[in-house]
Design a binder for this molecule. Structure first.
Ligand code: LLP
Length: 411
């Protein structure tokens, strides 16, 4: 069985590229995130070639996965970074990016974050608030800089077809600025002498399977900027979908590019995918601690939980479950649950899986985006180790947290 070119069974064992996952976790223990650098690179190259006609530059959305090892590998592929905090800017710089490679977005940037970004020479500010413009202009004055590139973020008031938590472009969302406000700000741009209003930004949501809303948003964005000839860069956000199920097919990327190309012709284009680059490059490996048969159900109680992978609890998200070792034995319908004291701590519901035993290991697939990035220490659980696989080689890129780590910040 092949989930993708990098995550697949070789005979009866789950491999990430040329490495048997069992061999990794025998050394690292579980729970552990494992990332295929090869798959992340393939995803980048696939996007770069699909979007080549638009001459679009990718800014990888760091919020989806901030692993430095991964960021370094992506940097080597020539991508920039989409950052939403000073912390993410720090990570991107650490990974070898320069300020120029970075887009700084976010609905609530603090003045300290703005000052940090300005002094780091950040390439673009995606702006979501009129007062934010004033703060950036003042930070530029303090730093003795001018011509700071800003892209106002349009909230096109269009509802994307996705999970409600992942839709950001509708009227009730906190994100962006409505067209009328953007019009007023552009008319008044001379009030911000150190800013260059050279761009416009939108991001209407994540896991966007249907391009109709994206295209409608692009059209309203184009109508908005038509009178402003100095706006030459359009940032179309992220949100490209990924397949979370074995049998899922996605709309062809080429169709989206075909529809975008005539619209965006003549503009510089930026986009900022996260999930589409790293989701299917990562898995979370867990061990079955207990098999509990109760009230007609089979529970596989594993050593990963909503603290390590929040998506199922938060979005009812579906992640495939793949035992590290397949068997031809009897199958059962199981609930894969974690040890956390919450009824919502279910990683996978009603799955047809082999009868497994305590000590057996399994992987939650497509966990490379918003997995470790959203992990917490809830229930005082040390966060898991991260491993990167590069072809036939692997290494621990972030060690497992320890009990001592949990108390280190207390004073
Ligand atoms: N640009 C902006 C302005 C964003 O807000 C986001 C994601 C992206 C780009 C990247 O979107 P992507 O290409 O990864 O879909 N935790 C959720 C996803 C939240 C996305 C937040 N913003 C999840 O686990 O599905």
């Amino acid at each position: 069985m092949v989930f993708n070119a990098s995550i697949r069974y070789v005979a009866d064992k789950l491999f990430v590229d040329a490495v048997d996952v069992s061999a990794i976790v025998r050394e690292t223990g579980t729970p552990t995130y494992v990332y295929s650098l090869g798959r992340a690179r393939d995803n980048i190259r696939r996007l770069q070639s699909a979007f080549a006609r638009l001459e679009a530059r990718i800014h990888f959305s760091v919020k989806s996965n901030g692993s430095l090892a991964l960021l370094r590998a992506l940097k080597d592929e020539g991508v920039g970074f989409d950052c939403v905090s000073a912390g993410e800017i720090r990570l991107a710089l650490e990974a070898g990016a320069t300020g120029d490679d970075i887009v700084f977005a976010g609905v609530g940037k603090t003045r300290d974050e703005i000052a940090y970004a300005v002094t780091q020479g950040i390439g673009w500010f995606n702006v979501e608030n009129a007062l934010e413009l004033r703060y950036i202009d003042e930070a530029a004055a303090d730093a003795g800089l001018d011509a700071i590139s800003v892209a106002l973020r349009l909230n096109p008031q269009i509802e994307a077809k996705t999970h409600p938590h992942l839709a950001t472009g509708h009227g009730a969302a906190k994100f962006g600025l409505t067209a009328d406000v953007i019009g007023e700000l552009l008319a008044n741009q001379a009030a911000y002498p150190r800013l260059d209003f050279a761009g416009i930004h939108m991001h209407i949501g994540s896991q966007l399977g249907d391009s109709a809303a994206t295209l409608a948003a692009v059209d309203s964005l184009l109508a908005l900027i038509r009178p402003w000839r100095h706006i030459t860069t359009i940032n179309i956000g992220g949100g490209l979908p990924v397949a979370y199920r074995w049998d899922e097919t996605l709309p062809a990327l080429e169709d989206l590019v075909d529809a975008l190309a005539p619209r965006l012709c003549g503009y510089g284009v930026l986009f900022e995918p996260g999930r589409a680059i790293v989701a299917d490059a990562g898995i979370l490996v867990a061990e079955i601690l207990y098999v509990k048969r109760q009230a007609g159900q089979v529970f596989y109680i594993v050593d990963a939980s909503m603290a390590e992978l929040l998506r199922p609890a938060l979005y009812d998200a579906y992640h495939e479950v793949a035992p590290l070792q397949t068997t031809d034995g009897e199958m059962t319908t199981a609930q894969v649950v974690g040890p956390v004291c919450e009824t919502a701590d279910v990683l996978a519901r009603d799955r047809r899986l082999p009868m497994l035993q305590e000590g057996d290991k399994l992987a939650l697939l497509t966990a490379g985006a918003y997995g470790m990035a959203m992990a917490s220490n809830y229930n005082a659980r040390p966060r898991p180790a991260e491993v990167v696989v590069d072809g036939g080689a692997w290494r621990v890129s972030r060690r497992r947290e320890t009990l001592e780590d949990l108390i280190q910040y207390e004073t």
